[in-house]
Write a protein that binds this ligand. Structure first.
Ligand code: AMP
Ligand code: MG
Length: 339
């Protein structure tokens, strides 16, 4: 079976135009949470602050990982009792994931891990599971059967937790918090293409984030942001191709156990809280365009960008003035969703 890991990040930060401040610019690159991360920060406290921000990301990685034996989530998934006392960070992530699960009718389901495992996405040994294996895995999922009371998480036998859908957004938010607390007013963190923007660029203009075209080379669009999280879920971020040449991606519809197929190629959520943005980007991807639009109309704390097959791009009205199509995509329509 052919394995293909997409290594293109959905979005990237454009730093051109900041040349005047080059002397103050500090950059830090590292690998964590299974992806490449880059921080760029300006000002006298930048270097020390980024070092602390990286340490905070590594701390979260250790608590939230499904594979590290010391992590809270590993302990939960290999428990001998039904309840486990989580650390504060793991409890916050699970709590946020369960809240979004409730609000999205289970489109996000932090108990989806047995299904993700059946598809082999956890071990890098992807395969199309048999219907029987999927049924068995699905029977061990269900966010309604996960109960969090303060920091105590209780699951039924056989159930397992996966925070892959919220971890990087959470880490971005926390890194942003460390940078701001250390007095940094201009920085940008990219966690495998998920962005946390601190303030604006040093010259006061917004950060510019480029959206890679999901179906090829170049950019589909460009977004200007300040003090925001920009988090993307895309079917092209992690997938494999089976022997018949069919592509299977990693975002699972918990209702079927199969990768979500609804014409969406990517969903980007822009908001203040990276943790919520990350959970939502995965949930809205599963829900499809119509349901995502209805959810956005009912909730007022985020904006989104949807890219569908056929180079169709939709943005919510809060981004209309800050988003522009690029390259081949300028030939297609840009729909603006209004409340
Ligand atoms: P993201 O890239 O944030 O959309 O997260 C995708 C990752 O979350 C996958 O690689 C799985 O580990 C996990 N996942 C896939 N589908 C779901 C789902 N419906 N709910 C929760 N987690 C999921
Ligand atoms: Mg997500």
């Amino acid at each position: 079976m052919k394995r293909l890991w997409a290594c293109l990040f959905a979005v990237c930060v454009l730093l051109a135009g900041c040349g005047g401040e080059a002397a103050e610019k500090q950059r830090r690159d590292f690998f964590a949470m299974d992806t490449y991360m880059t921080m760029t920060a300006y000002g006298p406290h930048a270097e020390e602050a980024m070092k602390e921000a990286e340490a905070r990301i590594r701390e979260l990685e250790e608590e939230l990982s499904v594979t590290r034996e010391e992590s809270n989530i590993y302990r939960m998934n290999h428990r001998t009792n039904e309840s486990v006392l989580l650390g504060a960070d793991a409890a916050e992530a699970v709590g946020a994931a369960l809240r979004i699960a409730r609000e999205t009718g289970g489109a996000l389901d932090p108990t989806i891990y047995p299904v993700v495992e059946a598809w082999g996405f956890t071990k890098d040994q992807q395969q199309v599971p048999s219907e029987e294996a999927l049924r068995e895995a699905l029977a061990r999922t269900g966010w309604q059967r996960a109960h969090l009371t303060e920091r105590t998480l209780t699951l039924e036998p056989g159930m397992e937790i996966d925070l892959g859908a919220v971890g990087k957004g959470f880490a971005g938010r926390e890194a942003g918090k460390v940078l701001r607390d250390r007095g940094v007013t201009s920085a940008i963190v990219s966690l495998g293409g998920n962005i946390e923007a601190v303030g604006a660029r040093p010259d006061g203009t917004p950060w510019r984030v480029g959206f890679r075209a999901p179906d090829g080379e170049g950019y589909a669009g460009m977004l200007s942001v300040e003090d925001a999280a920009v988090v993307t879920s895309g079917s092209y971020e992690r997938y494999f191709t089976d022997e018949n040449g069919r592509r299977w991606h990693h975002i699972i519809d918990p209702a079927t156990g199969h990768p979500a197929e609804n014409g969406l190629l990517s969903v980007t959520v822009v908001g203040r809280d990276g943790l919520s943005c990350d959970g939502l980007s995965t949930a809205l991807f599963v829900m499809g365009k119509e349901n995502a639009a209805a959810y956005w109309r009912a909730h007022h704390d985020f904006d989104m960008i949807l890219i569908e097959e056929g180079r169709r791009v939709t943005v919510t009205e809060g981004l209309a003035e800050r988003f522009a199509l690029r390259g081949e995509y300028t030939k297609g329509p840009l729909e603006v969703l209004r409340r």
